[in-house]
Design a protein around this ligand. Structure first.
Ligand code: ATP
Length: 773
């Protein structure tokens, strides 16, 4: 209990803080005004320069341009760029100040540096703000000193500065809840970020876009955010433990830390699907930073093979694999297979590379045997990359010689004779081009015609179309049983041959599976000698459990100089199923041990304690999960006898959720299930939006979506549709877990007839059964 006196003190204290906040807001507003004036001036300048530009252009007659005018244009252009930049910067700063104006700071630290006589007080906010004497009124949350807000306890603490470790004695850590410039409450906390503040934040409603978490970053998350040493930072985190949140803050941190040397285009994030991209796209801009490059792994690869159709998410998810194919699936997804392919490519240095004829007008122009001869005429000191460059040079020279020969062929003379006046004019360099004699003119025209005709051949050579990548890949697949002892992987020769046949069949229909796509492109890169993207500095891979070790090895090859942050939840492997448990060790094998750091996040922040307890019980052999203490209803199970009854249950639950202002996502196992349910709801006049593909946007209101699109997302309320007996196989517990763990406040399970075996093992006290709703 607080005494009356301390209450009075607290009131006074709050007023003092409010007065300070008002003062800071005042200064921010002044600063905004100055910026606006500055922008007005820059805009005026831009207009003046632009007008002057027009004058110069008007002053130029014809194409004769004087040296003076050229210089003047150059100067004007420079001035234009400068003013433009300064205008852009002011605009950016202004938008940050606008945010700061609403919540100038969210924390305060009182401390004394070792060896300094005085105590200091600093305030922490979204961005630094200084008054005119360069005195810091607010420190950026990413500044070195701010880390003690997230990390340490009170007392002696340390933080990292550019000059090394700094020790301070921390007396006070205060958090503010600010809304519209008013301090609603403040909490003094002893430890790291207090639970009270976090509870306030987590109790809020979900939206179609993710929010930032700067005010309440947890100390374990802070480790991820501020790591600048590791080459590989591997984060295993339970569902809802803030992995995605932490990496977005990490990107903001890195952009701040390496300001001037790192741009947002040197940071790439691979995310599970495009829906998810849309979901997180506001987080960085809201922190005043630009978004990184963002794509899905499939987009990254498929853009290179526009003529091949790559298996879709839904196909990938719904393909039923028998145990034989599982072994092969595992084998071709492994790091060992990556190494096998790498070694095979070295053999191609000596012999065996397959080529295609270069054709011209449907006829063989340079036969593949000739190309092969050229290719292997280069000695051992050549590798695949410069061997191909040398071959291209030779082929282009051959092409030029062929142009000379071809000019004398009959079809060229005939073509020249048939040329109309207009066509002739188009070929001449100038309208009144003169020639010594008819022969010279004919030669000129013949060269023009043949060169134009050969343009295609020229392009094909330069684009390496003479390489037969498909045949090379096929040769490799066929050679596999000779290079690898397939028995070790429980694969028979017949099974392997069947697999190769399938690949061919698919390929002939211009289709390729996700599993085959990466090895195919890897071989492509090896034989064309393509370098990776050397400029990429940070690569983030979310939902790592859905990648195969082969794919990760390939990424490392594509971005050889980057630092990697990989995060995921081995409990949520919905595409690779059980194989993922060994993923960590396979990934680690790609990096040096002393460059690798593994961090585990075990606290789940998304869901109420009741929901987390329920979801935890689904996993028989899962990673560690600890619920955060936020209370809510027990998950409810609605059991129906018929489908019609179950639909009524869903409708009833949606209504109840609506009353509580919860948005509901109804998650069905497959796309077909989701479509079917959507129809059933429509027939009952219950409005809902069906999310059918990853290219759609999340809508507000009730949505229906298949499980594989729910990845990474969260909703106030989740209804799991049709968790009936035999709906899920034993090895699909991770999928069931993923679906259930999307719920923040309310989780409902429906079943028709008996309940799924996977849910029967959840202890009865973890949920309520409602038979007739
Ligand atoms: N430190 C924090 N402060 C406030 N909210 C947090 C914090 N950490 C996580 N959250 C919230 O918890 C929820 C889950 O976070 P996030 O989506 O980042 O988790 P995740 O580990 O990526 O989950 P999943 O693996 O299930 O996709 C989000 O609503 C996020 O805002």
């Amino acid at each position: 209990m607080m005494t009356d006196k301390s209450k009075v003190n607290e009131l006074d204290e709050k007023q003092i803080e409010q007065a300070h906040l008002d003062d800071v807001v005042d200064k921010i507003k002044k600063s905004e005004n100055q910026l606006r004036e500055h922008m007005d001036v820059a805009e005026e300048d831009l207009k003046v320069i632009n007008n002057a530009f027009d004058d110069i252009h008007l002053g130029m007659d014809g194409d004769a341009i004087s040296m003076d005018a050229a210089l003047s244009i150059h100067q004007q252009q420079q001035m234009l760029d400068e003013r433009n930049n300064s205008w852009q910067q002011s605009r950016q700063r202004l938008s940050i100040l606008k945010k700061l104006e609403k919540t100038p700071f969210f924390a305060r630290l009182d401390f004394q540096e070792k060896g300094e006589p005085k105590r200091e007080t600093v305030y922490i906010g979204l961005s630094s703000f200084t008054d005119k004497n360069d005195h810091f009124l607010v420190y950026d949350w990413r500044a070195p000193i701010s880390s003690i807000y997230y990390d340490g306890k009170l007392g002696d603490v340390e933080y990292q500065t550019p000059d090394g470790l700094q020790s301070v004695n921390l007396f006070l850590k205060r958090q503010f809840l600010v809304d519209g410039g008013k301090i609603k409450a403040y909490f003094d906390t002893q430890e790291t970020i207090g639970d009270q503040m976090l509870l306030e934040v987590l109790d809020g409603k979900s939206s179609t876009h993710m929010k930032g978490i700067v005010k309440t970053i947890q100390s374990e998350q802070n480790k991820i955010i501020r790591d600048t040493k590791s080459k590989l930072l591997f984060v295993q985190g339970a569902a809802g433990s803030g992995k995605t949140s932490a990496i977005l803050q990490r990107i903001a941190y890195l952009l701040y830390q390496y300001r001037g040397t790192l741009t947002s285009s040197q940071v790439v994030m691979f995310s599970p699907n495009s829906l998810f991209n849309d979901y997180i796209k506001d987080v960085l801009p809201e922190m005043g930073e630009q978004n990184m490059v963002q794509m899905t792994y499939k987009q990254f690869l498929a853009r290179r093979l526009p003529n091949l159709k790559v298996e879709s998410l839904s196909q990938q998810f719904e393909t039923v694999v028998d145990s034989e194919s599982k072994n092969i699936g595992k084998f071709v997804a492994d790091v060992d297979f990556f190494k096998t392919l790498t070694n095979y490519s070295k053999l191609l240095d000596q012999s065996g590379m397959a080529f295609k004829d270069i054709k011209f007008q449907g006829k063989v122009f340079i036969p593949k045997e000739k190309i092969q001869e050229i290719y292997y005429s280069y000695g051992e000191q050549y590798n695949l990359g410069n061997r191909i460059d040398a071959t291209v040079d030779r082929l282009i020279k051959m092409l030029h010689r062929k142009i000379g020969a071809e000019m004398r062929s009959n079809w060229v003379s005939e073509r020249i004779e048939d040329l109309s006046k207009e066509q002739l004019q188009a070929l001449y360099t100038t309208a009144d081009q003169e020639f010594k004699n008819g022969d010279e003119e004919k030669r000129f025209l013949a060269r023009k015609i043949v060169t134009a005709m050969m343009q295609g051949v020229n392009k094909n050579i330069k684009h390496l179309r003479f390489l037969n990548v498909a045949t090379n890949y096929l040769n490799f697949l066929k050679a596999v049983p000779k290079i690898v002892d397939l028995k070790k992987y429980d694969i028979t020769i017949t099974q392997w041959n069947q697999y190769v046949d399938n690949f061919i069949q698919n390929f002939n229909q211009k289709q390729i599976s996700m599993n085959d796509l990466t090895p195919y492109l890897y071989l492509y890169d090896l034989i064309t000698g393509k370098h990776g993207e050397l400029d990429m500095k940070f690569v983030f891979i979310d939902e790592i459990q859905d990648y195969t070790p082969f794919q990760l090895a390939y990424m490392k090859y594509k971005f050889p100089r980057a630092r990697y942050t990989m995060l995921g939840d081995l409990n949520q492997s919905i595409f690779t199923k059980k194989n993922s448990q060994t993923l960590l060790s396979e990934v680690q094998s790609l990096f040096e041990t002393d460059e690798t750091r593994v961090i585990q996040l075990v606290h789940s922040y998304r869901s109420t304690k009741q929901i987390t307890d329920f979801t935890k019980a689904i996993l028989t052999n899962g990673q560690k999960i600890e619920p955060f203490n936020r209370e809510g209803d027990l998950p409810n199970l609605l059991m129906a006898k018929t489908e019609a009854e179950s639909v009524q249950h869903v409708i009833g639950q949606v209504k109840e959720n609506d009353k509580r202002k919860y948005t509901t996502a109804i998650i069905a196992k497959t796309l077909a299930d989701a479509e079917h349910l959507h129809e059933l709801l429509k027939a009952k006049n219950v409005p809902s939006t069906l999310i059918r593909s990853e290219n759609q946007r999340l809508a507000t209101g009730t949505i229906v979506l298949p499980s594989f699109l729910a990845k990474g997302l969260e909703f106030d309320a989740v209804i799991m549709w049709d968790a009936s007996k035999d709906k899920f196989d034993e090895d699909e517990q991770q999928l069931v877990y993923t679906i259930a763990s999307r719920a923040m406040h309310r989780l409902t399970i429906t079943s028709i007839g008996e309940l799924s075996q996977l849910l029967q093992r959840v202890p009865a006290e973890d949920y309520e059964i409602e038979q007739n709703v």
